[in-house]
Design a protein. Structure first.
Length: 224
């Protein structure tokens, strides 16, 4: 399942704020999840060499390319980003009751959304339309309109199935995070790339802070 998720992540094409489509290009755990709070562009990993002093930083693409955007977000050191993620996860661990309650609320929201997704009605309509289409075809009557309705219903059914899978994955992520928070007895001291790939959805960089958003729906602001 994790391999399939990674393959999907690499196939996803993201649309930047200026309309340009950007696809997977790096294996780093922060790739494509660092977003500029000002312009919505992604950040790119850069190796800097300033008078012999080497470092790795992440910078908004609007600073590196001609995107037509006037925003110029700050460049942030990769070591600082690692500390920000560790600080965000430790905040979750330090205030377990607060975030466990939020996760329970998220579970309730996902269950309500899942209950609203059904393919039963679509399947019944498809069956009737297919029978009508066969009848018209046998009678050599025009059936283009019915065929179009069938295609539209098939697309709706496929979307409903995808939504169901997404709800299941969301519940799984929330449950995993709940178990992790309960089991963890000490603060994290360093970044774990596995945790980043499994749980982090996005890091939004603002002028004075960063917002770490998890796939479970939780958000933590770190002033740095």
């Amino acid at each position: 399942m994790q391999v399939q998720e990674e393959l999907v992540r690499r196939r996803v094409v993201k649309t930047s704020a200026n309309g340009k489509k950007r696809s997977y290009s790096c294996k780093h755990c922060f790739s494509q999840i660092i977003i500029c709070g000002d312009c919505g562009e992604m950040f790119r990993r850069i190796h800097w060499n300033n008078r012999g002093s080497k470092s790795i930083v992440w910078s908004c693409i609007s600073r590196l390319e001609s995107t037509g955007l006037e925003f110029h977000a700050r460049t942030i050191n990769e070591l600082d980003l690692q500390e920000i993620v560790v600080a965000a996860l430790n905040e979750l661990l330090g205030d377990k009751s607060k975030y466990q309650e939020q996760l329970q609320q998220n579970i309730a929201s996902v269950i309500r959304a899942s209950a609203a997704i059904t393919t039963d009605g679509i399947d019944e309509k498809l069956m009737k339309l297919q029978q009508e289409l066969v009848k018209k075809a046998n009678n050599k009557e025009a059936y283009d309109e019915i065929a179009n309705q069938i295609f539209e219903l098939r697309e709706k059914r496929q979307q409903a199935s995808m939504d169901t899978v997404q709800c299941d994955e969301q519940l799984s992520r929330i449950t995993e995070l709940q178990d992790f928070i309960k089991a963890q007895t000490a603060d994290l001291t360093e970044l774990d790339e596995t945790l980043v790939k499994r749980w982090l959805k996005q890091i939004t960089v603002w002028p004075d802070h960063c917002t770490v958003e998890l796939k479970s729906g939780l958000k933590v602001d770190i002033n740095r």
